[in-house]
Design a protein around this ligand. Sequence first.
Ligand code: NFC
Length: 548
Amino acid sequence: MNQRVVIDPITRIEGHLRIEVEVDEHNVIQKAWASSTLWRGIEVILKGRTPMDVGLLVQRICGVCTFSHYRCGTEAVENALGVKIPLNAQYLRSLMMTALHYHDHIVHFYHLHALDWVDVVSALSADPAKAAQVAMKYSDKPLAAGEGDLRAVQERVQGFVNKGKLGPFANAYWGNKTYRFSPEQNLIALSHYLKALEVQRVAAEMMAIFGGKQPHPQSVVVGGMTAVRDLINPARLQEWQAKHDIVTDFIERAYKADIIMAADAFGKEASVLGGVNVHNFVCSNEFMGADGQYIFKQGVVLNGDLKQVTDINPDLIAEDVTHSWYKADKPQHPYVGTTIPEYTGFVERDTVYGKLPTVDGDKKYSWVKSPRYNGEPMEVGPLACLLVNYAKGNPLVVTAVDDLLKRTGLPLEALYTTLGRTAARMLQTSIIAKESNNIFNALINNLKSDESLYRKPEIDPSKEYVGHAIIEAPRGMLSHWVRIKGGVVENYQAVVPTTWNAGPMDAQGKIGPFEASLVGLQLEDPTKPLEVLRIIHSFDPCMACSVH
Ligand code: NFC
């Protein structure tokens, strides 16, 4: 008999996500429902506000990728008003975006996702001398190089265990058979987990250098950037460079090495070799450097066909709310999108954990809307960015992907897996780390002849304006859409990365990437669904963003 498994809340993410699945008698998932349970109505709050405040208000959508919304909202207003910001401001915004990607991707892999791969308890039985040798296999200059350092990590964690205080390592599925690292590999990754706590702070400080503070930076305004003198102060620029070096060193010597190690150990683990079942991908241009060139370029790939990549057509984006707790009788383009709540709740039934509120799949079951591109569900995020850019022959991406495949011995198809999604995020971070110096140098060069950072925008209350911005946030393509009338915001919609990935079934019965990724997965033990966590975490869900 089929049984329901409810995981609510999913932890080690931002925001409120519940995943419910139905498994058959072999514990194979037949149906999956992704649901988010908190709505705040920020699009509604924006109505009637001055467009100059949009950036500051929309960045409260999230506590993680605050800068993404801040910048995207500000740029939607700039697009509506026809404001062209100075080049220095564009470079600075690109650099701030690099800091955000470093921060979010490092925190995601180590602090949100790693424990789906790393068995901390097993690390306690590792031989630190052997672990130091093993580390040499995955990097020419491993960060976890010394036996002494590895022993110290082991003793530190053993100390928590002895006191019965596992802290962040409590309540996991330690010992699950789908963990594949040896004790030594677990110890190496664990040492990086602890180091990453320091490195993510450095990445956050990078954002604060140009943003004034982090989270919720304050330096972006409609028309450019504020705090002109401070932003281009040579001491500040040097500080940026020094922190950049610390972060990129970690990316190359720990993050990349750990992904190669995961490919080695998990290369045959069935539960990570699926997990990409929507084969449509879309991403935006991001990280503008000299001559208006982007590190990553926009595009759309459908049905996994890397031979055909098309440009994004913004007219083809719409949001469906058939199974979302909102009213609307058909999919809406974001310029005319509405956000009218209509909550209908859950139904109680038996699950593997006893009676619980559960989804009625015929009804509404999530606060997340379902974005569609020309009627199709799309995966967004680093995997989409890499696949689109690989299809476009972007040399930075082709080289990075081919190098990793060669190094791990995996075929290109391995990208279409949970392991591939997690590896893509590391590759994206590593490419940014190598290329963003060009953006920094372009800024320094331009400052020699031009110190402008701001152009005052004009707004005529007797006119109506319409504008949007599409950017690549850490979790994927983000777009904001604004209509301005009488000098204030008339309508506002944000179509957010995790909304694309986590949205429920649409009117045509098509399911989105989260739900599709789980169908067909066999669970080792439905009461301890580690495999579900591993797949869902590989998207790096941010439900605060997705619902807003
Ligand atoms: Ni929150 Fe996001 C917004 C999302 O664009 N999803 O990456 C960005 O949050 O982390």
